[in-house]
Design a protein around this ligand. Structure first.
Ligand SMILES: Cc1cc2nc3c(=O)[nH]c(=O)nc-3n(C[C@H](O)[C@H](O)[C@H](O)COP(=O)(O)O)c2cc1C
Length: 189
């Protein structure tokens, strides 16, 4: 099984909505489909969107990376795609997840400040800066500092999995029992 990794920069063709309106709906839709498809294909990576530009990193089995990128390349929601990295990979560098969306956040702002970059323009990143961006994606995935936009809903910070499914179902069952007890009490007394 040959692995590869790929990173590119592109420009969004849609009009960005004001930041205060929350998650860009186009990006939310892209992410929803990406997570589904990439999960099936065993691809990992991340998508940054800011200043109406994209930076995407993908890694996984070569066949699936190429197939996915071919679809992405033909997508009219972006243009001027510039390949930044396209190379074989020996060992996977991400531990889990199918696709992450990392909004332009304080760590990206710190990265831009550090390199004295006036705005988010990944097409102009040096290879070293690309690696730094990939590291940011990797680290935010490990910290779980991610925003889940699976639904077209306002941004929700997805903190680490605080409750295991067992505990969650336990609490749910306890909640149901409390409701039953209250209803039974009201009926009986
Ligand atoms: C910037 C950008 C990034 C995208 N990233 C992915 C991706 O990682 N995986 C994916 O399946 N589709 C991605 N898409 C969407 C694809 O272009 C395409 O719409 C989608 O794969 C079609 O999937 P479907 O045939 O299951 O509807 C992306 C689109 C854009 C504009």
């Amino acid at each position: 099984m040959a692995l590869m990794r790929l990173a590119y920069a592109s420009e969004a063709t849609f009009e960005a909505q004001p930041l205060e309106k929350g998650v860009e709906p186009h990006v939310a839709r892209i992410l929803m489909v990406s997570r589904r498809n990439n999960g099936r294909a065993g691809l990992v990576g991340g998508l940054y969107y800011g200043d109406n530009r994209f930076f995407q990193y993908l890694e996984g089995e070569e066949e699936f990376v190429r197939e996915t990128f071919e679809r992405i390349r033909q997508d009219s929601r972006h243009r001027n795609i510039r390949m930044l990295i396209e190379e074989p990979l020996d060992v996977p560098t991400f531990s889990n997840w199918s696709m992450k969306y990392v909004p332009l956040s304080s760590d990206v702002q710190a990265f831009l400040d550090k390199h004295q970059l006036p705005d988010f323009n990944p097409a102009a990143f040096s290879s070293h800066q690309c690696e730094e961006m990939i590291d940011l994606i990797r680290r935010s995935s490990e910290d779980q500092k991610l925003v889940n936009h699976d639904e077209d809903s306002p941004a929700r910070v997805q903190h680490s999995q605080t409750l295991s499914p067992g505990v969650r179902y336990g609490l749910l069952a306890a909640g149901v029992m409390v409701i039953v007890a209250v209803v039974a009490g009201a009926v009986l007394f």
